[in-house]
Design a protein around this ligand. Structure first.
Ligand SMILES: Cc1cc2nc3c(=O)[nH]c(=O)nc-3n(C[C@H](O)[C@H](O)[C@H](O)COP(=O)(O)OP(=O)(O)OC[C@H]3O[C@@H](n4cnc5c(N)ncnc54)[C@H](O)[C@@H]3O)c2cc1C
Length: 377
């Protein structure tokens, strides 16, 4: 089949790789002019994806991870409240993204190409671009993210919904601290929580993928209830005064928000955790939204990654869900698939919706348990 993909981030690149592995002619169209810059964060290791790629002869050593050995909860003084042994391997968004880019031939990605719409007909689907050109394919994979234009076109009444809390986030080099300052953090997933907020920190690989002590980075996230919409919009206005829908990327946070973040950290966090925030050069901000497409396929269009549904970030699975979507889509269209694209997609969509259901429920359940979200401010 000829398959076009709208969006060249994790879901788009993963789908391009897996669908190419099973023999399809795939091309990715990404609206950004240049390869993406990492959203930073820690990412759980993409087990299904790695297994699938290895089965198809791809070397995946680059998706390396830093294991944490203990889940450790601390009090406001930084003293241990409880510890559980738990090995959690964390990779990073940029490590995974770079690794996917390296595996996909460069000729299969076009940057600076925005998909503006599509028209279906009996023989296929015409995909339209901002340049004015159109291309015909057998299938369109919408990997255009949480604010998916494709989802909005198919389901205009299904807008995303603010979940009542936000996340301050950041990445800071381990080398910014003396070993003594961070000795209680390096081997652990460290958690601090009180009603209405929760902080987590753990190590991820260095920007060059390094796992060597001193060359890794701390990833931290601080979830806080935000009942005040005016404050929310203020933090969603960047350092050039531009409003954003749901997140402010690293480097764009306003000076006012940064100062407020540091003050909040000094007031509400143990010093050992507040120091991570104070030394983070470019913290970023995310308001937590839920988006769910009523079905993951319509006609010849498949929705994957955040375009299909967003999962709450504290499930740690946005990226792995996107990769699993890609694997399952390729499995549905491997060697002996039903040549009727529409009915194969319909069956895939129903199956995939069932598979992600547990994850979709787990996010709000965890949030309620942590006292986060609507009704918990
Ligand atoms: C601020 C932030 C931090 C996050 N941190 C983490 C984390 O730490 N760990 C984790 O597991 N997950 C994290 N996630 C979620 C994770 O990034 C996504 O769940 C995962 O990468 C899947 O994303 P995606 O590829 O579906 O969408 P996105 O990464 O949003 O990518 C969509 C892509 O489509 C492109 N695009 C959009 N519209 C069009 C169009 N019309 N035509 C062409 N291209 C288009 C965009 O430019 C973009 O590159 C984070 C998300 C955000 C917003």
């Amino acid at each position: 089949m000829k398959i076009l993909i709208a969006g060249g981030s994790i879901a788009g690149l993963s789908s391009a790789l897996t669908l190419s592995c099973v023999g399809h002619d795939v091309h990715v169209y990404e609206r950004s002019e240049v390869p993406l810059r990492g959203r930073g964060g820690g990412v759980v290791v993409l087990r299904h994806m790695l297994r699938f790629l290895e089965q198809h002869g791809h070397y995946t050593q680059q998706m390396i991870s830093v294991p944490t050995n203990v889940r450790r909860r601390v009090d406001i003084h930084g003293a241990t409240v409880n510890e559980e042994r738990e090995k959690l391997p964390f990779s990073s968004w940029d490590t995974v993204y770079r690794s996917l880019c390296a595996m996909l031939p460069r000729a299969q990605i076009s940057y600076g190409c925005e998909v503006t719409g599509f028209t279906e007909h009996a023989a296929g689907i015409d995909v339209h671009f901002d340049s004015g050109k159109s291309l015909t394919a057998d299938m369109l994979v919408a990997a255009d993210g949480g604010g998916s234009r494709t989802r909005a076109t198919l389901f205009p009444e299904h807008a995303s919904r603010f979940a009542g809390y936000i996340a301050w986030r950041g990445i800071v080099d381990e080398a910014a601290f003396s070993p003594l300052e961070v000795e209680t953090l390096v081997d652990n997933l460290t958690i601090f929580r009180e009603t209405g907020h929760m902080f987590m920190a753990f190590l991820i690989p260095g920007l060059d993928g390094s796992l060597e002590p001193g060359r890794r980075r701390f990833n931290w996230l601080w979830y806080r209830n935000e009942p005040n919409m005016a404050d929310l919009h203020r933090h969603l206005t960047d350092n050039l005064g531009r409003p954003h829908h749901s997140s402010i990327s690293a480097g764009l946070l306003s000076g006012e928000s940064f100062v407020e973040l540091c003050e909040l950290a000094n007031t509400f966090l143990p010093p050992v955790l507040a120091q991570l925030i104070q030394k983070t050069p470019e913290p970023f901000f995310q308001s937590i939204y839920d988006a769910l497409s009523p079905t993951f396929a319509v006609g010849r269009v498949a929705l994957v990654g955040d375009a299909a549904c967003t999962v709450r970030p504290h499930t740690g699975s946005g990226t792995s869900k996107a990769a699993d979507d890609a694997v399952s889509l390729a499995e549905a269209f491997s060697s002996d698939f039903d040549p009727c694209v529409v009915s194969t997609l319909e069956q895939w969509a129903a199956r995939r919706r069932d598979e992600v259901d547990r994850l979709l429920k787990k996010g709000p359940e965890l949030a309620a348990f942590f006292g986060l979200g609507n009704g918990n401010s």
